[in-house]
Design a protein around this ligand. Structure first.
Ligand code: HEM
Length: 180
């Protein structure tokens, strides 16, 4: 039963990664360049709102799956791998990498939230204002776009690093002593 639950949690973890990371690549490298070809600004803004809202839901489900399955894995790892309680958590590589992974996760979630709830809507509102003939300069829109691109690329790089750390937690030397 423990094995079944561990496999299920790992499967959910990987599904979570696919749902959270996949759309980020799609948005950055497929949708954003393609959307610039939509000449009518209001149509572009409407399509952007729909796509980014759906991305928010899909990515949010992915992140929730990661949190639930990861919490299960970390709360059962000692029993599952038969690691004695005397082994200090951060004294072994598995624990040390986990702590670094969780610290990186906090930074990444903060950046994604800032992008989703502040920078993204700000950019869309500016574009919408311009579409309605409002007094918004192209330079202002460009500035907001650059800011939003930098934050989302940094968040994506941290996410890829977190994936690397997760995989390292499964490496054969995971229960060796951590470097001091
Ligand atoms: C609260 C959040 C998270 C927790 C508690 C958590 C916990 C864990 C644990 C304990 C493992 C090791 C499982 C084992 O013993 O083999 C693991 C593996 C992994 N994690 Fe996470 N994780 C979290 C979030 C994430 C995120 C956000 C990502 C990347 C987007 C990620 C990517 C991975 C990967 C790629 C693996 C290796 C999967 C495998 O092939 O076994 N994790 N995670």
């Amino acid at each position: 039963m423990d094995n079944f639950l561990h496999i299920t949690a790992t499967w959910l973890h990987i599904l979570g990664i696919a749902l959270f990371v996949g759309p980020q690549f799609f948005l950055a490298f497929a949708w954003i360049p393609a959307s610039r070809r939509i000449k009518d600004l209001q149509t572009r803004v409407d399509a952007m709102r729909t796509i980014t809202r759906r991305f928010g839901v899909i990515g949010g489900i992915g992140l929730a799956l990661l949190l639930v399955s990861g919490t299960y894995q970390i709360s059962t790892w000692r029993d599952y791998y038969g690691v004695p309680a005397e082994d200090d958590f951060t004294g072994i590589r598995y624990g040390l990498i986990f702590v670094i992974k969780m610290s990186a996760l906090i930074v990444m979630v903060a950046l994604v939230a800032y992008h989703t709830f502040v920078l993204g809507p700000k950019q869309l509102n500016m574009l919408e204002e311009q579409a309605k003939g409002g007094d918004v300069l192209d330079d202002e829109i460009r500035g907001a776009r650059v800011q939003s691109m930098i934050v989302s690329i940094v968040a994506l790089i941290i996410t890829l690093a977190i994936m690397g750390m997760g995989v390292s937690m499964g490496a054969t030397d995971r229960f060796s002593l951590a470097p001091v």
